[in-house]
Write a protein of this length. Sequence first.
Length: 116
Amino acid sequence: QLTLVESGGGLVQPGGSLRLSCTASKFTLNDKFVAWFRQVPGKEREKLACLSSTDGLTWYSNSARGRFAISRDYEKNTMYLQMNNLKPEDTAVYYCNTVWRTRDLWGQGTQVTVSS
């Protein structure tokens, strides 16, 4: 079964940092377009960052730009979201995403809570 397994969420104080990881199982992420999203209850899922499959180009939402960084480790078949200077409004469930053939694949979600 093709899966994306996330880790790295948790409770952090405002101004702190977290790094989320997302590891693919039974397929390679290395030639895929990958992305991170987040969702707050009652709101639509928000796209935060994307990383292209070929040339390393990235895209960030206004809320992520300058504080978050998307990357991947080819050897570990893993993608990351480094989040710095976290704010209470970053509290959400974070999801990794990719497309395998025509299938939209999602991680299970990891909770990030920013609070003092």
